[in-house]
Design a binder for this molecule. Structure first.
Ligand SMILES: Nc1nc2c(ncn2[C@@H]2O[C@H](COP(=O)(O)OP(=O)(O)OP(=O)(O)O)[C@@H](O)[C@H]2O)c(=O)[nH]1
Length: 387
């Protein structure tokens, strides 16, 4: 039978595909976008704690500027605005302090930012109702905070800036600012926002690029290049993790250790490249057996594979292991020099962690599977043995 390569192609990784396809519109495919946003939420909690503290201090500090610069009868209304805006900021602070409700983080941040923007617009409007030279430039700081300090994505920061500028325009019309001056002020604020938006775009683009590159590198570091299965390193780590989880939750854990039979003679007869293709086809069979989220199929040596089965009873693991033996034989790959069969076959050793008995640890389980595999080889290969 002719064997066709099913090796994972370059770019088969979702991260690599997204890097190749580009993301100039600052958006990934749905799954990656969810993953990205989830990661950002966790990072932003820390960033926001600092930003909020700085923002709140500055917001109240500007009250001193109101006191120094505004006509005295306006100070109290301005102070009321500042206090009213500080309340939702304190609410956001509470969310950040608790560190839960992460899904509320972005809406709360946007709400706080919009309220600060509108509050600042109201203060400026009050000022301009008496003195058209009352400083308004501080409003740009609010928009810049949205672009760079609040952990928002560009479109979210743009929305906050747009609402702020609309509020600013409304308050200025209310204050009766001359049209020419209003347009000049708006032009200044808009120019500042364009600069902020471009900077925010570049920052978000780089953040997304870094996200994809890091995830891709992590994936590559954990993967076997030939078969696309997990490699030995990630297998060992996953085994330890699952072992601890199985102990904690009182669940079963099984290891199938699989070794290709007479593979040396296969290589000698058909060539190393053909041998590589066989390993890839076998990997597919094993991957099928490890389809549940916590299960794992890995290439742990040259022609040696392992399958971890979490929360699986020994009898089920044995049934699955036998299916794997049959599945590989069922590939129908000729092996003229095999004294076991005319086809490529594998031997499998099974060991299971039984939750009702005291256990020695993950490595002991692996050693048991290795002994079972040795027994399978010794008993004629092309079969499963268990300890
Ligand atoms: N094509 C290919 N061969 C590999 C790879 N890694 C290891 N091998 C070969 O796998 C063979 C393993 O041979 P042995 O350990 O003697 O075992 P075996 O011939 O399979 O005999 P039994 O396990 O006793 O049935 C060696 O010839 C290795 O060169 C690989 O990545 N590609």
């Amino acid at each position: 039978m002719e064997i066709v390569s099913k090796k994972p192609a370059e770019g088969e990784s979702a991260y690599a595909r997204q890097l190749l396809a580009g993301f100039g519109n600052l958006r990934f495919t749905a799954t990656l976008e969810d993953e990205f946003r989830d990661q950002q939420r966790h990072i932003n909690v820390k960033l926001l704690r600092t930003s909020l503290l700085v923002g709140l201090c500055l917001w109240l500090l500007f009250g001193v500027s109101d006191w120094l610069m505004a006509p005295s009868e306006l100070f109290i209304p301005m102070l009321v605005v500042r206090v009213l805006v500080a309340v939702p900021m304190l609410g956001l602070g509470y969310l950040l302090w608790r560190g839960r409700d992460l899904l509320l983080l972005t809406p709360m941040t946007m709400l706080s930012l919009v309220l600060v923007g509108l509050g600042a617009s109201a203060v400026v409007g009050l000022g301009h109702s008496r003195d058209i030279h009352y400083p308004y430039e501080g409003l740009l700081l609010v928009c810049m905070a949205g672009f760079f300090l609040a952990g928002l994505r560009l479109n979210e920061a743009l929305l906050c800036a747009a609402v702020t500028l609309l509020g600013f325009t409304a308050f200025e019309v209310w204050a009766g600012l001359p049209m020419g001056m209003l347009l000049a002020n708006l032009l200044f604020l808009l120019s500042g926002n364009v600069i902020g938006a471009v900077g925010c775009y570049l920052l978000e683009y780089k953040t997304r690029e870094q996200f994809l590159t890091l995830r891709l590198n992590r994936e590559l570091a954990e993967q076997d290049a030939l078969t696309g299965l997990s490699n030995r390193r990630s297998f060992d780590a996953h085994l330890e993790t699952l072992w601890q989880q199985a102990e904690r939750d009182g669940r079963g854990l099984s290891v199938l250790l699989c070794d290709v039979d007479h593979f040396k003679s296969y290589n000698d007869h058909y060539g190393h490249a053909a041998g590589d293709l066989v390993l890839q086809r076998i990997a597919e069979v094993l991957q099928e057996a490890a389809r549940r989220p916590l299960d794992m199929a890995a290439r742990v040596g040259g022609e040696e594979f392992a399958v971890l089965l979490y929360d699986t009873e020994p009898a089920d693991a044995q049934r699955l292991g036998s299916l794997v033996v049959e599945g590989v034989r069922g590939l129908g790959i000729s092996h003229a020099l095999s004294v076991t069969s005319q086809l490529v076959t594998i031997s499998v050793g099974l060991a299971s962690r039984q939750h009702e008995k005291p256990q020695d640890g993950a490595q002991a389980l692996l050693a048991q599977a290795d002994r079972a595999l040795y027994r399978a080889k010794d008993s004629g290969r092309n079969q499963l043995q268990r300890i």
